[in-house]
Design a protein around this ligand. Sequence first.
Ligand SMILES: [Zn+2]
Length: 186
Amino acid sequence: MRRGFKTESKQLALEVRAEIGLGPHDPFDPYHLAEMYGIRVVRLTDLNESDAVRHFTEVRVSALSGALIPDGSSLLILENDIHTPQRRRSTLSHEMAHVILEHSFGVTLAYDRKCGLGGDSENEADLLAGELLIPFDAALRQAWKDATNEEVATLFEVSTQHAAWRMNASGARKIVRRTRAARQRS
Ligand SMILES: [Zn+2]
């Protein structure tokens, strides 16, 4: 990952959130963001019933989460709406992170939050999507409140798994633990 990207992504996420009128402690709305960028979100189940659609909605439902597809001079995002709303928000945030970061791509397919881009682009999109869904400042506030993963998940409308990942990967809980330990010593 590009040096300094982690710090940049925190600021960038707050700016992007502000663009759609959200503060750091509000749940994120990737659909609103896509709309503002003029990106159409197409649901898999809205497509004509076909073997291909059935494959992803009935046979191998985990095989496709989302796809970023060039559409003339614009882009569209295909989402697998069979997945839970929480997972769809996470997928869409990841795809929008690629758009915001202007990653070059042909067609990207998200499989368990990973698309076809690979390497740095994937890590950067994951990190920015994480910051968009639960900003560092928000994770820190929740860590001070001793919020559980479930409480954070409910607050930010993400899966419990995603909340757990953010609360740990952001370092929020570690910072709170260390600060409390230092206070006890002094
Ligand atoms: Zn990706």
